[in-house]
Design a protein around this ligand. Sequence first.
Ligand code: FAD
Length: 412
Amino acid sequence: MATNSGVVIAGAGPAGVALALLLARRDVPITLVEASPSPARQFRGEALMPSGLAALAAMGLLPLPESIAQRPLSGWGFWANGQQLFQVAEPLGSDHPCTLVDQEALLDWLLQQVRAQSGTRVLIGRPIRAPLLDGERVVGVELDDGTQVHAELVVACDGRASLLRQKAGLNLQRLGAAIDVRWFRLTGAAATPLSQWLRGQFVTVLGSGDSFALYASVYGGVQLGWLQDEASRVPTDLADWRERWAQASPEALAQLLRACPLKAIQGPVRLPVQVGCLESWWRPGLLLLGDAAHPMSPLRAQGINMALRDALVAARQLLPVLGQGSGADLDRVLATISAERLLELRPIQASQAEELARAELLRRNGWLRQLLVASAGWSGPLLARRWQSSQALLRQGCTATELTLPDAAMME
Ligand SMILES: Cc1cc2nc3c(=O)[nH]c(=O)nc-3n(C[C@H](O)[C@H](O)[C@H](O)COP(=O)(O)OP(=O)(O)OC[C@H]3O[C@@H](n4cnc5c(N)ncnc54)[C@H](O)[C@@H]3O)c2cc1C
């Protein structure tokens, strides 16, 4: 069986659902295909930087409805060897503070709006099996049951392990070694005193060879992400994990962690992260966006933000050429989108890598940590200023990125 559609979008994560909405609002026929039957995931990132909030604003989507849980971060705190190095209060000179948003509810709300547009099909729980090819050109996709959906353009927003990227023979340039993150959620009554200790901050803790971050989640409880070093021993059970966190923590936090009953700890969820980027995000008839084009490091919460900005730039460039019948014109625009987004993505990924390298130096280097801790009284404010000034790109994105759409009417 074959069906026809203007644009097929693979994947209903932030990149896919935002692009679907922007195109559908301008009457572009859309088929949005999502493999997973439900938006629920074991783990979802939830921090939106000012760069992502600016993209949502340009899409006409702010303020978000109150039914979507959201909370601004109060700041960032850094601790080493049980002592506070420094803290910085939000919004660090930005227009908006970094804001925690229930991503599942956000995606669900965006999906409802996509469904409400005429000429739109949303296929949930239907994995794409392969691209359809006419010579070199991608002309649609084949679904798991053999259904073929033909399209003028296929946009792969199918995440970091993108099947369409692999089938198109596009290879990621890998940036650095893979990072292994173990994710935990601390729930129930035991999480309340932890949330109170955190005071709305995103806190990073560096101990002897260990490093983790924790914050009070909009999903309830406290999320804790542990950066696993290939050289260090992986704790064997939850009691062992809890003790490792406590040993790296300041005394007050250590006590709260040790008081947390094991049954209140969910996890670990292992998230292997290989950061990378495609040199070129397109093939004739195929565009890749979001993690499919540039799997991001979780550091300083960039992925959702970049995915939203990809969608906005792609929509601005695509709207004038879609439905015009010229494959050559369309491909030229795909090359333009790729080049425009790389101007932001490359420096952002480089900035994440620099920040990770600084944190790793401190984590591995006991005497440097001790030196900073011992001098925190005077070096803390200096470190805070230096850290804050290194954050501009990771918070605002590249200021040259034009966050506009061709027609103000789109920004309802
Ligand atoms: C530990 C960790 C913490 C993070 N925290 C944050 C954070 O706080 N803030 C932030 O901005 N970013 C964060 N990120 C990154 C962020 O989650 C991703 O960068 C972002 O979700 C990418 O969006 P996307 O739309 O490109 O892809 P995804 O969100 O991965 O969506 C891809 C979709 O495609 C679907 N799909 C896959 N294959 C197929 C197929 N064959 N057919 C159809 N559909 C398919 C998937 O089911 C999925 O729904 C974090 C990442 C990690 C690893």
